[in-house]
Design a protein around this ligand. Structure first.
Ligand SMILES: [Cu+2]
Length: 137
């Protein structure tokens, strides 16, 4: 009898230990690249144009990093934070959705037409891990 009880107890103990280890590793052992928390923005509408204010940050992120839009005209007002490296804002799959490189403390804007529904990645051409998503619904 004790021969069957002991392995069970041992098994439970190992399961708990393994679970604890897995949970402990989940935070830093994930295979996905490190990402800033996703911040989602809805546009303000000016004369039928969807306007988003997007910042390039000192941490090499876009803020917000997700833009929720409908098909149609979009303007992105792009500002680069003080003390930040220069950034640009580019949606590679949408023609004309590209700003010049902007220095710390400066701003620019770009207007383009959001195509049909879908998810369109935007990037900074200087910092390859600096990405966001334009969601067109
Ligand atoms: Cu950048």
């Amino acid at each position: 009898m004790t021969m069957t009880v002991r392995p069970r107890l041992l098994g439970v103990a190992l399961a708990v230990a393994a679970g604890g280890t897995a949970a402990g590793l989940a935070g830093c052992g994930d295979s996905a690249p490190p990402k800033a928390p996703v911040t989602v923005a809805a546009p303000t509408i000016h004369d039928g144009v969807q306007v988003f204010d997007v910042r390039g940050t000192t941490k090499l992120t876009f803020a917000p990093s997700e833009l929720d839009a409908a098909p149609g005209r979009i303007t992105v007002n792009f500002h680069v934070d003080q003390q930040s490296p220069p950034h640009d804002f580019i949606v590679p799959s949408i023609a004309g959705a590209k700003t010049p490189v902007v220095s710390a403390g400066a701003s620019t804007s770009v207007s383009f037409r959001a195509p049909s529904a879908g998810s369109y990645q935007f990037v900074c051409s200087i910092h390859t891990n600096m990405q966001g998503i334009l969601k067109v619904r």
